[in-house]
Design a protein around this ligand. Structure first.
Ligand SMILES: [Zn+2]
Ligand SMILES: [Zn+2]
Length: 174
């Protein structure tokens, strides 16, 4: 099964190839596989719909993927299932010279590609440092650190009417 994700450009059928199926989480998270860093924290398999076609000497890989990963909310620090998705757009050409061309990756013949690595790389590119559990996440109380999504704390009430509320949190030595 896994062998199908190793493609050789030169051996591509003239009609190209297309796929629409889940890529198992175990493969994407397998550290002994591939050249691109393994992913971690996937909630389930990543669904991937893609195609690879040859047109005028350029092999074009296009696709859409989506999956879910456990992430920490950058506002309230809670773990949540982050829904992620993205597109794949890559052009390859067979050639001797190792430099990548214009917008095209040049591979030595016969042009071996591990599609699992391609998917991993595109997922990493879509990874964002700051993610929120919800757009309306209330975050943590700056005074006591309690999670305001679970309810208000007393110190918030006490300080909110006060024009110098922020100062109350500072411990100043007189
Ligand atoms: Zn949050
Ligand atoms: Zn508080």
């Amino acid at each position: 099964m896994q062998g199908r994700w190793h493609v050789t450009l030169r051996g591509l059928p003239s009609a190209g190839r297309s796929w629409d199926e889940p890529v198992p989480k175990q493969w994407l998270e397998d550290r002994d596989r591939g050249k691109v860093d393994a992913l971690s924290g996937l909630v389930s398999d990543v669904s991937w719909q893609g195609s690879l076609c040859l047109n005028g000497g350029i092999y074009r890989l296009q696709g859409d993927w989506q999956g879910r990963m456990m992430r920490e909310c950058s506002r309230c620090n809670a773990m949540f299932e982050w829904h992620m998705q993205g597109r794949n757009e890559r052009d390859y050409r067979l050639g001797a010279d190792a430099d990548d061309g214009e917008d095209c990756e040049i591979l030595p013949a016969p042009g071996a590609i591990d599609l699992i690595d391609v998917l991993r790389e595109d997922i990493w590119l879509a990874w964002q440092a700051d993610v929120l559990c919800s757009e309306s996440c209330k975050g943590l109380c700056p005074y006591c650190g309690c999670d305001l999504n679970r309810g208000a704390c007393d110190c918030g009430k006490k300080n909110s009417d006060h024009p110098f509320a922020a100062l109350a949190a500072l411990k100043l030595d007189a």
